[in-house]
Design a protein around this ligand. Structure first.
Ligand code: PXP
Length: 242
């Protein structure tokens, strides 16, 4: 079964537009959980532009499901993860100038550093997932780090603009998921998924968790958060019930 985790960063983005206390991230997470989300995802960035360490602390006390902390592979963030002990850490690349996470982690290039950080987190009992593009060399390197999970970056699939390109990117995700499992890795996926493009990804054999933020929070502005989460969940269930 594929589970849905909601990335609530955008709730913090709206809050930070005024630097006050609303909208409340904890309330948002609770509504997502009541609507059926199986987890809450939060990206605490180096520049703290949306979610703060305090948000993580509060979510760890209040979330009834599980918290997936997206973070850069730095010692500062390892210390934060060790302090709050989220259910899962997803290591992501981070550049200050980017609007959102752009590419996947280059695990093949930084295998030693990512392996060391993975090991430190695992030693503290935290499960580690590596956010990577669906490329064989990244999959092989990810397996070598000892991480239990990878999150396949679905951005290229979501950005594909015609049928041929969509098929090509979807095939890459299918092959990526297959190869990952051959290598003993468990598979999550996310980035850019929305109500129109989620089903083919949810239907890929072996994908366990989808992390979705922007489309759900955007839809919530018009229909409310509970309904936005429920509608996304219904699509995932339709895609996986066959
Ligand atoms: N997965 C990862 C690793 C991400 O960095 C993000 C964005 O923070 C997401 C999933 C969610 O992407 P989106 O907001 O486009 O749904």
């Amino acid at each position: 079964m594929t589970i849905l985790c909601i990335n609530v960063d955008h709730v913090a983005t709206v809050r930070e537009a005024r630097k006050i206390t609303e909208p409340d991230l904890v309330a948002a997470a609770l509504i997502c959980e009541l609507a059926g989300a199986a987890g809450i995802t939060l990206h605490v960035r180096e520049d703290r532009r949306h979610a703060k360490e305090r948000d993580l602390a509060l979510l760890m006390q209040t979330a009834k499901t599980r918290v997936n902390l997206e973070m850069a592979a730095t010692n500062e963030m390892v210390n934060i993860a060790r302090k709050y002990h989220p259910h899962q850490v997803t290591l992501v690349p981070e550049k200050r100038e980017e609007v959102t996470t752009e590419g996947g982690l280059d695990v093949a290039r930084h295998i030693k550093k990512i392996g060391d950080i993975t090991h430190k987190l695992q030693k503290s009992g935290i499960r580690v997932s590596l956010f990577i593009d669906p490329e064989e060399k990244q999959l092989i390197a990810s397996a070598k780090t000892g991480a239990e999970f990878i999150e396949l970056h679905t951005g290229r699939y979501c950005d594909a603009r015609n049928e041929t390109a969509v098929k090509k990117q979807l095939d890459a995700l299918v092959r990526g998921a297959e190869k990952a499992r051959e290598l003993g890795l468990r598979v999550n996926a996310g980035h850019g998924l929305n109500y129109r493009n989620v089903k083919p990804v949810a239907a890929i054999e072996g994908i366990e968790e989808l992390n979705i933020g922007h489309s759900v929070i955007s839809h919530a502005i018009f229909v409310g958060l509970e309904r936005a989460v429920k509608e996304m969940l219904a699509l995932i269930r339709e895609a996986t019930s066959r």
